[in-house]
Every structure is written in structure tokens, then in C-alpha cells.
Design a protein around this ligand. Structure first.
Ligand SMILES: Cc1cc2nc3c(=O)[nH]c(=O)nc-3n(C[C@H](O)[C@H](O)[C@H](O)COP(=O)(O)OP(=O)(O)OC[C@H]3O[C@@H](n4cnc5c(N)ncnc54)[C@H](O)[C@@H]3O)c2cc1C
Length: 399
């Protein structure tokens, strides 16, 4: 059975919207994606794709494309900010065997391109900002900024943390975390050891931390460095930041951190927000995926991974149903995703404090725990989560 007959409109062509489109197309749906941007740009730095999401992408047939553009890091290392002491080193090599898919680091634009290129022409409509949605008994009217309207049987909000479609279900605002993150890309030659022996490194220090890893075959190193901030600001992949201010904030950190920041020319600055969790995020004909549904802090590197999980579950729920069955299908999707996304959201928030402890007894206790939890099996709750577990071959979307 397929989703033939249902007209589905997705608002937003980020990782969530594009993955949903891919999963829906794989189940034969008539779906269209409306993106506000006039073109896709090479924006953003790196992103970590964990096995829980890589498995979904593999099932969609994207494994070879992903392998062509992504790096498979061998380890995740947590290190001390000053002397570089390794607090935890997690071997990622067993991921494929344990969790059915590897761990990847990839340039965000490359992942985006993989998702776009896998879609048939004519599915993504650029320059179509959604300014509102009106839901009636027979459909959802998506209103675009050019004055046009598209009426669909199901509306899917994949329009990120400032989602327009979220307003149908909640009257809330993003919560500022008190952290900014400054991001950039530096040549792999700045830290050749990271390019040669690919790793995700987290450098933990008092009040702030830096994450770095290779992308594009190690030709580039992506980094993100947090800084505490009292005022919010934009969430934007393109808002400029100050490399010299960043260097000043990290001036006494380890020489590897120093080398990365010394090589950074252009950086962007992002004010980190999430929102309180929603217990419902669907109406009778509209639902949300990814950051529109459950924006979370990036301190577990799972926002996009959760969006990818959402996509698979939603497409399966909509598969083969008639228009009259949309409401229970959306409710079913939400129920399958609620506990999982809440747990990841909660852990991401908790990590804000854990990653930024000042040196002292609590930090030493944390480091001892980190040392005891290096085995990747301790992450089975996160990386081993298989959204397709228990699905029969008939019910599965692809693969
Ligand atoms: C610094 C940082 C590092 C991160 N690292 C990781 C990581 O390593 N791994 C991970 O899994 N997650 C990570 N995340 C989280 C991840 O980036 C997000 O969870 C993910 O991008 C959400 O995807 P999305 O498609 O839901 O939303 P978005 O990426 O925000 O995409 C929304 C899309 O909708 C479009 N849009 C918005 N409004 C409208 C409208 N009204 N009409 C039409 N189109 C619209 C936007 O232009 C955009 O294309 C990180 C986040 C940050 C800030």
C-alpha cells in the first residue's frame, strides 16, 4: 500500500523537511516542499549524524551518497581544556555492527545536497515562504508570501525553531540558553592530526566548550565554540561573529584549540535557544517535525538526528491511509515520538551544565564518570534506537 491520493504539503526544506519528503516519496506520496529561501546556499558548518539517524538514511538508499561526502570518525574524545588530558575516548568503530549504521561527520550543505538530489524534480519549491495556515475539515490552506495558497490534505511544519505552523498548536516562544555558539571551518592542515586520524573532539573547560571534527574528507575541520552570553540574538547560520573575540575568550586553552582558532577567518555566531516540550504537536490535519516540533540545544548533537527519526515514523503513519484517517495517523506518529524526543531534549539541556563545570570537586566527579562510560554500548539508548524496530516488511518505507 502507498500514500497515493493524499496531497501533502511540507513547509521548510531543512534536514527535517527534506528527509520527510524522501520518506514520503519512497512510500509513493504526492508531496511538495515549500521553502522560503530563494536558493540553497553552502551555509553552516559540520553536523554529526549518529547511527540512530544514519540507519534511516541508509534505509532510504542514501548510504553510498553519504559515504561519498561524509567522514567516519573513529572516536569521540572528551578532553580537558588546558592540558588536553583525555577524559573519555569512545571507540566508534563498533557502531556499524552494534547499531546497524556508522557514525558520520558531514558538512551540513553536503547532507542537504544528498537529500535534495535524491528527490524527483519539481518536489521542492524555492522562494515560497509560508506566512500562515488555515485548517478546515477538508484540508489545510498554506498561505505563501507571494499571495498564493496551496491546499493540501496534510500540512507538515518542518520550518524550524521559529515555525509558523507551530502557531496552530502552541502559543509559546523560544527559551534562550544563556549560550552563544561561534562556528567556522578551518583547513585540515591547521590540525593535520585530526584529518589523518578522524575524531570528534570535545574540549571541556569552565563555562564553555569547543567541538571539532573533520568534514569533506578531512580537507576542512568544522568547529563550534560556546561562549556564555547574557543577551540572546539571532539563530542564523550566516550572522557574522568575531574570530578575534573568540580567540580572546579561549586564549589560555590547549595549543590544539589555539591552532584551530588561529586559523579561523570567518565565523558565524548563533544564539542557542530551545523551547519547552510540547505534549501535543498535531491537529486533525497538521503536524510538526524536527525543530518545529521539539527544538533542542545542540549539546547532545541530536536535533537533526531526531528530525530524521521523526521523518521515518511520520511517513510510515501516513502510508496507505485515506483522508479520513489522517487525524489518528498524526496522533499515532506523535505518540511514538513523544517520549523519545523528550528524553533527548532533557539530556541536551542537562549537558549544558555538565559540559561547562568549573574546575573543582564536581568537575572531578564528572570526569570520573566520563572515564567509566567510554564504551559506546553505554550510548545504546541513543544510537541503538531503531525507529523501524518491529515493522513488518509490508509496513516498511524502504530498504
Ligand atoms: C551549532 C549547532 C550545532 C548542531 N549540531 C548538530 C549535530 O551535530 N547533529 C544534529 O543532529 N543536530 C545538530 N544541531 C541541530 C540541528 O541543526 C537542527 O536540529 C536541525 O537543523 C533542525 O532541522 P529542521 O529542518 O527541523 O530545521 P531548520 O534547519 O531550521 O530548517 C528549517 C527550514 O525551513 C525554512 N523555513 C523556515 N520558516 C519558513 C517559512 N515560514 N516558510 C517556508 N520555509 C521556512 C528555513 O529556511 C529552513 O530551510 C546543531 C544545531 C546548532 C545550532
Amino acid at each position: 500500500m502507498s500514500t497515493e491520493g493524499l496531497r501533502i504539503g511540507i513547509v521548510g526544506a531543512g534536514i527535517a523537511g527534506l528527509t520527510v519528503a524522501n520518506t514520503l516519496i519512497a512510500s509513493g506520496a504526492d508531496c511538495h516542499v515549500f521553502e522560503q529561501a530563494g536558493q540553497f546556499a553552502d551555509v553552516g558548518a559540520g553536523i554529526q549524524v549518529a547511527p540512530n539517524a544514519a540507519r534511516v538514511l541508509h534505509r532510504l538508499g542514501l548510504g553510498p551518497s553519504l559515504d561519498a561526502v561524509a567522514v567516519r570518525p573513529r572516536r569521540i574524545e572528551m578532553r580537558r581544556w588546558d592540558d588536553g588530558a583525555v577524559l573519555r575516548s569512545t571507540d566508534l568503530e563498533p557502531c556499524a555492527e552494534l547499531f546497524g549504521a556508522p557514525y558520520y561527520t558531514v558538512h551540513r550543505a553536503d547532507l542537504h545536497r544528498v537529500l535534495v538530489e535524491h528527490l524527483p524534480c519539481g518536489v521542492v519549491h524555492l522562494g515560497r515562504r509560508c506566512v500562515g495556515a488555515v485548517e478546515g475539515p477538508d484540508g489545510v490552506a498554506l498561505r505563501h508570501s507571494d499571495g498564493s495558497t496551496t491546499t493540501v490534505d496534510v500540512g507538515i511544519g518542518a520550518d524550524g525553531i521559529r515555525s509558523v505552523l507551530r502557531r496552530l498548536v502552541a502559543d509559546d516562544e523560544p527559551t534562550f540558553s544563556g549560550q552563544h555558539i561561534v562556528r567556522g571551518l578551518v583547513p585540515g592542515t591547521a590540525v593535520p592530526e585530526l584529518a589523518a586520524d578522524p575524531r570528534v573532539q570535545l574540549w571541556l573547560g569552565p563555562g564553555q566548550h569547543l567541538v571539532c571534527y573533520p568534514v569533506r574528507g578531512g580537507r576542512l575541520i568544522s568547529f563550534g565554540a560556546t561562549i556564555p552570553a547574557s543577551t540572546a540574538g539571532d539563530e542564523s547560520w550566516t550572522a557574522p561573529g568575531s574570530a578575534s573575540e573568540l580567540r580572546a575568550r579561549y586564549w589560555d586553552w590547549h595549543p590544539v584549540v589555539d591552532r584551530i582558532l588561529a586559523a579561523a577567518e570567518e565565523v558565524t555566531r548563533w544564539a542557542l535557544h530551545d523551547r519547552e516540550v510540547l505534549h501535543r504537536w498535531s491537529t486533525a490535519r497538521t503536524t510538526l517535525v524536527g525543530d518545529a516540533a521539539h527544538p533542542m540545544l545542540p549539546f547532545l548533537a541530536q536535533g537533526a538526528n531526531q528530525a530524521i527519526e521523526d521523518a521515518m515514523v511520520l511517513a510510515r503513519g501516513l502510508r496507505g491511509i485515506a483522508t479520513g484517517e489522517v487525524a489518528p495517523a498524526l496522533l499515532g506518529y506523535e505518540e511514538l515520538r513523544r517520549a523519545r524526543t523528550e528524553e533527548v531534549h532533557r539530556t541536551s539541556r542537562r549537558n549544558t551544565q555538565m559540559l561547562h563545570l568549573p574546575d573543582g570537586p564536581e568537575q572531578r566527579e564528572r570526569d570520573a564518570v566520563l572515564g567509566r562510560t567510554a564504551d559506546v554500548r553505554t550510548q545504546a539508548w541513543l544510537f541503538g534506537h531503531d525507529v523501524t524496530e518491529g515493522w513488518t516488511a509490508e509496513a516498511s518505507i524502504a530498504g
